[in-house]
Structures are given as C-alpha cells and as structure tokens.
Write a new protein. Structure first.
Length: 520
C-alpha cells in the first residue's frame, strides 16, 4: 500500500529532531541588539595627509596591493570558565543584557562544543570572508580603539590590544559563549570603527547554537559580515540606499541598496534592467533590517538566517562590500544561487502567486501535500501554508482564493508559501534516524525523487526528495545513497535507480554541479 505524505507529513515528522524544529524562527538578533543598545560603535576618524581630502583617506588606492582580509578571533572568554556555563544551576552573565542568568543544561559549554567553535566554526566562517574580501592591510599592528558600548565592554579585551595592538590583523572579533535571555544565542555587533571601516566587534556563540553542520559555520560567517559593515545605518550614511514606493502594492516605502556595483549585479542576476537596487528586509519593526529581502534571495548569506536557507556568499553581497569603498571583492569566488536567478522583473514587481497559481514553482508552493527538497538542498521539507489567519491578509499579500490563506508570517517571505524544514529533515544532521532510505552526514544533500517510493515502518511512502551523500570532483557529481557501498556517477539532469535498504521503486534525479558543490 502506498500512502502520500500529506498535511502532517508523518514520515518526515518521525525523523524530525530539535534541529529541524529550530528552523521555525530567524536566528539573527543583530538589528534588535543595535536598536536596544543604541549605537555601540566607537568611531575614530582617520586624519588625512596634507593635501588629501577626508574621503580620499577611505577610498584612494595606495601603492600597496589589495590582499585578503585578516580576521583574528580573540578567545579570552572561551578560556575562562567563570565566563561560561560548566554545570546546570550555575549563574553566568548574559553579555547581551548584563543580567545574571541561571545556567540550564543546554547552556553548558562542553569541551567538545568549545573545540567545535575554535577548530571548525570560526576558521570556516573567517575563511569564507578571507577568500572573497580584499583590503588595504594595516601596515602596523592594529590598535583597537577603546569601547564605549556596555555590551562590547562585557567582553574581555587584553590590555595590549589597546596599546601595542594586534599583529597581522585587520579586524579583531572578541568571542564568548554565554547564556542569552532576550536574544538568540548566536549574535554579533561591531564595536570600533576607524574611518569608514569597522575594525573590532564582539560575538557570542551560545552553546545552544553550536553544531558541526555547514549551515552553522555559515551562520557565524553571517554574523561576522555584520561586524565588517553589512549594516543598514552604515550603508545609509555612505549614500548607498534609496527609498522606493509602490513595490508589489505595498503601502510602505521599501529601502534598496542602490550603490553602483550592487545595482549592476542585481540587475544582471535577476535579468531586470529597471531595478533601482537590491531590496532590504522590511518585515520588521522599524521598517528596515540589515538583511536582504528573503522573499527575493532566500538562499543568500545575508538574508535573515533560517535552517532552510543555503546561506551562499554570492556576488550580491560581495558587490555591496565593494561599494563601501574599503573592501574589494575577489571576483571569481562568488557562489552560485538559483533562487530568483534570471527570473525577470515580474518576480520582483508582482505577487509570487495569484489565485493559487505561481509562475515560479521551483520557488513557491501551493499545496500542503507538497514534499521534497528545500531550495538550498539542505534537507527535505513540506510546503508551509497557514489557512487559519484570523482576518483577511492585506491585499498585497493575498495569493490564494481565500484571503485568509498564506505562508507563515515568521518565515519573512511576505506570506509567500515555500518548502520549509519546519516539519522536515536536515540532511547534515547525523543524529537523524536513518531508517527509510535517508543517508545523513556532513556531505549529505537533498536530491529530488522521481516517483520515488520508500519503505518505513512496514508502509510505503511516495517522497519528493531524499538525503544522499555527495562527492564533487573535476566538475562531476557522484552520489552514495543509503545501502550503497560505492560512489555512483550522477550527471546533471539524469537519474539513478537506487536499490536495497528502504527503496521500493522510482529514481533519484541528479543535481546541477553548482547546487551541491559550493566553493567553500
């Protein structure tokens, strides 16, 4: 007997652990902390040389070539056990609020988690920036300006950093792992600015946020990007933003990054020459967030981070850093994103769906019976639709024949329904149950199924996607599914027919190389 995976997505839910449920909310508190604490940045103006204007100090080329940015992570608070939780019931200071909190079991920084921060999360995240952002390096040791923000001052800064400075550094990040009350356990803010460049910041990587998945490293990279200057007020002060009215029938103005390089890259990416710039997120109190509009760029590094986003470091973010004048993008290292690519102006100017019909079925879904790979291929999910809103949605967000039906508001998609991990499977999560034909691990991705039927618990189920291990080599993709002992060549668009444990019938569709073989 074959059963379809409908509303509760029963098979997927049996697999689901805490990791996939964590996808429900955005995991970046950057703008909230910036608003709560006021401007935390100590600003030191660079003095121009004789005959040189102030702006030239920040932007003029020098004889020194552009070189990869050097980001140093200072770990004083990770080496002091009085600054993090070691046992249930202890009290430790929450660095975001300054309040003493009682440690819960999930707040404990174990040796394994500390090693994961030091040996994997930080190095991988820093490397993501170092290979893509070039800078005119500091010729002397970087002397870190004194902090003024109460939040920044809670982190331990060696006295020598303010006097003799930090050698071989362009930016220093002070890292802690404290329990957090009001904000997400992983957060970061800039703390010191020299000229137009942020040179120091702080980051909290709470134990609850620590795992070894590739998405975790990219979330850390996302927070580092905020420290480096991916921040709305900075962009606005540099004249990089424009307010645009009437987008998709909205009553509020939308802020776009309209600086030259970003505008050109955005127009090329979407194939829409009339675009003013790249939209910033507006589903937030205050009207603008320091993230790309998730509806338009769901899998980009600098959209609000959810577990169902791929967090790809694309030319869009690289161009914005270059437009700031203190960085140069290392072109050729940008990652490919498929969400919205070459979609044309209609995607950005019109509704994602009208009367239950979408012109973008690879992006948006219209029935809760849909299951399959989420857009970034990190896992298997289901179409998220809420049909029980208490009142009619605003006209600009009405996509279905019922005016009370739309995607969940927490996904920050302008109520557009998408495939999400909220009741699904994260392929990299090795703690998942591997019954039913799914193979989990750090190199696993979701591939679409073609009439793929799996056996689980004595029943058969038709699934839209399955987790398999992926290996990339010389422009080719090989896969290994659960029960297979060898790697199988999987050319883009072709199919392979799995056999053995858990597989009943059907095939697996081979992916495009760029979708699963990312640069870093």
């Amino acid at each position: 007997m074959i059963r379809l995976l409908f509303h509760a997505v029963v098979l997927l839910f049996l697999f689901c652990t805490f990791t996939c449920l964590a996808a429900i909310h955005s995991r970046c508190s950057f703008d909230d902390i910036m608003r709560t604490g006021g401007n935390p940045v100590s600003v030191v103006r660079e003095l121009p040389s004789k005959g040189q204007g102030a702006w030239e100090v920040y932007t003029a080329a020098t004889s020194e070539s552009w070189k990869p940015i050097r980001i140093i992570a200072s770990r004083e608070d990770l080496e002091d056990s009085t600054k993090y939780c070691t046992a249930d019931g202890e009290e430790r200071v929450d660095y975001s609020s300054g309040l003493a909190l009682q440690c819960a079991s999930f707040d404990i920084l174990t040796t394994a988690k500390k090693n994961l921060i030091i040996q994997q999360l930080l190095p991988v995240a820093i490397q993501l920036h170092a290979v893509r952002l070039l800078i005119h390096r500091e010729t002397n040791s970087l002397v870190v300006p004194a902090f003024t923000s109460p939040i920044c001052l809670r982190f331990t800064v060696p006295a020598s950093h303010h006097t003799t400075g930090v050698a071989n550094a362009d930016t220093v990040i002070y890292v802690a792992s404290t329990p957090t009350s009001a904000f997400e356990p992983l957060w970061a803010i800039p703390c010191a600015q020299v000229g137009n460049r942020f040179v120091a910041g702080v980051m909290n990587i709470g134990p609850l946020s620590i795992d070894g998945t590739r998405i975790s490293s990219r979330h850390v990279a996302h927070e580092i990007a905020h420290i480096l200057g991916f921040e709305y007020t900075m962009m606005h002060s540099l004249g990089m933003t424009t307010n645009v009215s009437g987008i998709r029938g909205k009553t509020n103005d939308v802020v776009v990054v309209s600086s030259a390089k970003t505008k050109a890259i955005t127009q090329t990416y979407y194939e829409c020459s009339s675009l003013v710039g790249m939209e910033l997120e507006d589903e937030v109190v205050g009207g603008v967030e320091s993230h790309w509009k998730r509806r338009n760029a769901k899998d980009e590094l600098m959209t609000a981070p959810f577990s169902d986003g791929a967090m790809l470091y694309t030319a869009i973010t690289m161009s914005t850093f270059e437009d700031m004048g203190v960085y140069k993008a290392n072109w050729g290292m940008e990652e490919s994103m498929f969400w919205g690519n070459k979609s044309g102006c209609d995607l950005l100017n019109n509704k994602c769906m009208d009367n239950n019909i979408t012109n973008y079925p690879d992006m948006f879904c219209n029935t809760t019976s849909s299951t399959g790979c989420i857009s970034g291929r990190n896992g298997v999910g289901a179409c998220a639709i809420d049909s029980e809103y208490d009142e009619a949605l605003p006209v600009q967000y009405q996509y279905f024949t019922s005016d009370r039906t739309g995607g969940p508001s927490y996904l920050k998609m302008d109520y557009c329904p998408v495939m999400t991990l909220a009741t699904g499977i994260l392929c990299v999560n090795e703690e998942e149950n591997e019954d039913g034909g799914f193979l989990f691990g750090p190199d696993s991705w979701c591939l679409e199924g073609s009439s793929l039927i799996l056996e689980y618990g004595g029943s058969n189920a038709l699934v839209g996607g399955v987790c398999v291990a992926v290996k990339c080599h010389d422009g080719h993709v090989s896969v290994r599914y659960r029960g297979s002992t060898t790697w199988i060549d999987c050319p883009s668009g072709e199919t392979i027919t799995p056999s053995g444990t858990g597989f009943v019938s059907g095939s697996i569709v081979c992916p495009n190389y760029n979708e699963v073989c990312v640069i870093s």
